[in-house]
Design a protein around this ligand. Sequence first.
Ligand code: CP3
Length: 341
Amino acid sequence: MSLKPLLATLRGEKLARPPIWIMRQAGRYLPEYREVRAKAGTFLDLCYTPDLAVEVTLQPLRRFDLDAAILFSDILVIPDALGQKVRFEVGEGPLLEPVTAASIAALQPERVVERLAPVLETVKRLRAALAPDKTLIGFCGSPWTVATYMIGGRGSPDQAAARLFALREPQAFAALMEMLVASSVDYLVAQLQAGADVVQLFESWALNLDDENFASHVIEPNRRIVEGVRQKVPGAPIIGFPRGAAGNLARYAAQTGVDALGLDYATPLEFARTHLPAALPVQGNLDPLRLVAGGDQLDRRVDAIIAAFADRPHIFNLGHGIVPDTPIAHVERLVNRVKAG
Ligand code: CP3
């Protein structure tokens, strides 16, 4: 077995027990995170202060026997670095000054990597701080998901603002997506060069698109990012997480070229087992609320997920981010069960 279990799994090795990490593993369910967050100033200050970002990235690994650290940052640092106004309001989530067809041309893609230098410094320090068996995961938001926030100005249940903008302003939308593909490639390459072992593409809003728009807004930009990153960093391991892709999952996996597919919790285990290429590594897919509730149902579902992927490379994870009211004891129970066998 190679030194890092999670990387070995991404390379197609089937391990006796799946490696595990948890989406949003650094966050508000940890009192030590809330403490750092309180003294950091704004959320973006926390992302751009390497001392603090390193600290919160490492916090979950001190408590739990996790196989990976994920860089502490956010998908919305790219719009911020492009020059859009981005802020995070407690209780409201992200708020952005929505882009218009006219304002897109004034964004500054050429400055993205330079403006994100503090995040890259965090990656370098994490590389130096992590034990050799721990995988360091970098990430960015996929272009469509980031565009939904840039156009809508905030999260929304149906992404209607971005969907309409794409239909009514196809040229401005294409220019924005083009800019996001190029910036994401540069940013991910810089993360890999700074020491990330693998990068994940968060396509959190892969739902609500018809199949034609799924192909153009999700598959094609993700494919181009995979291709662009691998041109500069040959063989770079990439995980795609197209949340809500449902019937489009197999197509996404086949056409983007990702090494592994993140599965949301609504993906039926049987569908994943039978409709995805047999050797394709998968990651997921426990419902985060099962981790909040805990008890026997949690144990049973953990066992069912591990059993469903017994014959393919599998990275255990949640099917979406851990939520703030998750009891720490339940996370310990989960990690111990996945590790113990
Ligand atoms: O531990 C990790 O996973 C690394 C850090 C990380 C954060 N956000 C920190 C964060 C990662 C990988 C993200 C990704 C992210 N950010 C996504 C994709 C994954 C997903 O959940 O679908 C999205 C859509 C965002 C945008 C975003 N950032 C939202 C919608 C919010 C508000 C919701 C919330 O949970 O409050 C954020 C803020 C945010 N990003 C927090 C954290 C820890 C909470 C803010 C705080 O602590 O004040």
